[in-house]
Design a protein around this ligand. Structure first.
Ligand code: HEC
Ligand SMILES: [Cu+2]
Length: 366
């Protein structure tokens, strides 16, 4: 039962002591979040311009959030103790009932509302910069696959299957999509993340500000080998190194075939295989899953060094003798075994000539 004229609650000396202690703790927590090198502890360098602002916003939220948390929890604990049932109280005692304090209600509505508005203003400011499309700069494509990324560059026809390179200081528009299921593209050092959705191209914009090599992570559970999608790297080069890398990629790509993928039936003329072209193509299309290392060095698929000349490994994964014809058959048709799926020629984008070149290269490794 609520008493009509409840006696005014006196907040004793204890309340003010607790308030002073909580204020000191709250200030200490704010100082902590601003002074502690939290992003260094988390090994999170700042790779692009807006990453710094995201860090500042999250520091602000951590600082204000923990100060608030200390007061809320501190008062709950203090009041639970101060207004506990005492031995001397009658068994049917009820606590002092407080309701309708308009002054208090006004402030606990206005202050949090103003705080939420402040947070949204700060967030929208950063969001605006992230979504703002630069009028110039580089346009690169990143495509998610089960379970790796490929990258495409302007004026180059092929796909990069290892690391994505970008020059420092040049605004980038990154077009993201997926070839199969929903993946995502997250570079923690950029504090930027976007989903890669099949049939949809999404964009992110940023300007690299720090030379270095960073991890790319897929944050959508995209299938059995989802966890392998953190192997590729995001590299920010100096302008000169980027130009060198880009040029080399262009030249390499000019050497490898961009012919249409071989479809079943097209015969592979193994004698026409070119080792150098096969080597270039291998670096471009196979290194996401295979290392040029012994069979037991598994990246996603097995190591392919001396795959056709290893006496301890007389058969290929499909159970057929390890010879060029069988390697070509695996490259053409693909193969799914205990390690996973080796994509077929259509998925890998290989022409008959490409297969011949790759087999010549594999045959030359021993
Ligand atoms: C998406 C990952 C992936 C890509 C890309 C890929 N492979 Fe494979 N490959 C595999 C897997 C997995 C296996 C083993 C399948 C099994 O038996 O479980 C395999 C098996 C093979 C084998 C048989 C190896 C053996 O010891 O029997 C050869 C040869 C091969 N791949 C060559 C290539 C070449 C050349 C390329 C580049 C055009 C390539 N692969 C691209 C995943 C891949
Ligand atoms: Cu994925």
């Amino acid at each position: 039962m609520v008493e009509k004229n409840a006696p005014a609650v006196r907040l004793g000396r204890g309340f003010w002591i607790v308030t002073a202690v909580l204020a000191i703790l709250a200030i200490a927590s704010i100082v902590f979040w601003y002074v502690a090198p939290i992003y260094r502890w988390m090994h999170l360098p700042v790779a692009i311009a807006t990453a710094k602002q995201v860090d500042q916003l999250s520091r602000f939220m951590l600082a204000t959030g923990s100060a608030l948390y200390i007061f809320v929890v501190g008062y709950i604990v203090y009041f639970a103790i101060a207004f506990r049932v005492r031995k001397s109280d009658p068994p049917d005692a009820i606590g002092i009932q407080i309701h309708d304090n308009h002054k208090l209600e006004f402030w606990w509505t206005v202050i949090p509302a103003a705080f939420v508005v402040l947070l949204s203003v700060l967030s929208i400011k950063i969001w605006y910069e992230i979504t703002l499309a630069p009028s110039n700069g580089l346009v690169v494509e990143a495509i998610g696959h089960k379970w790796y990324y490929t990258f495409r560059y302007p004026q180059v026809n092929g796909e990069i299957t290892n690391a994505m390179h970008l020059p420092i200081g040049v605004p980038v528009t990154l077009n993201l999509t997926s070839a199969d299921v929903i993946h995502s593209f997250w570079v923690p050092a950029m504090r930027l993340k976007n989903d890669m959705v099949p049939g949809l191209v999404t964009q992110i914009h940023f300007t690299p500000t720090r030379i270095g090599t960073y991890q790319i992570i897929c944050t959508q559970f995209c299938g059995i080998d989802h966890s392998l999608m953190h192997q590729q790297r995001f590299v920010i080069d100096s302008q000169a190194n980027y130009q060198k890398w880009y040029h080399a990629w262009q030249v390499k790509n000019a050497k490898v075939s961009n012919a249409l993928p071989s479809t079943s039936g097209a015969s592979v003329n193994l004698a026409a295989g070119d080792v150098a072209a096969g080597k270039a193509l291998f670096a471009q299309k196979c290194t996401a899953c295979h290392a040029m290392a012994p069979f037991t060095t598994v990246k996603y698929g097995p190591g392919l060094l001396d795959v056709l000349h290893d006496p301890t490994h007389p058969n290929l994964v499909n159970g057929q003798p390890a010879n060029p014809a069988d390697a070509a058959a695996i490259l053409e048709k693909g193969y799914t075994g205990t390690m996973g799926s080796m994509p077929n020629a259509v998925t890998n984008g290989l022409s008959s000539q490409d297969i011949a070149n790759l087999v010549a290269y594999l045959n030359s490794m021993k």
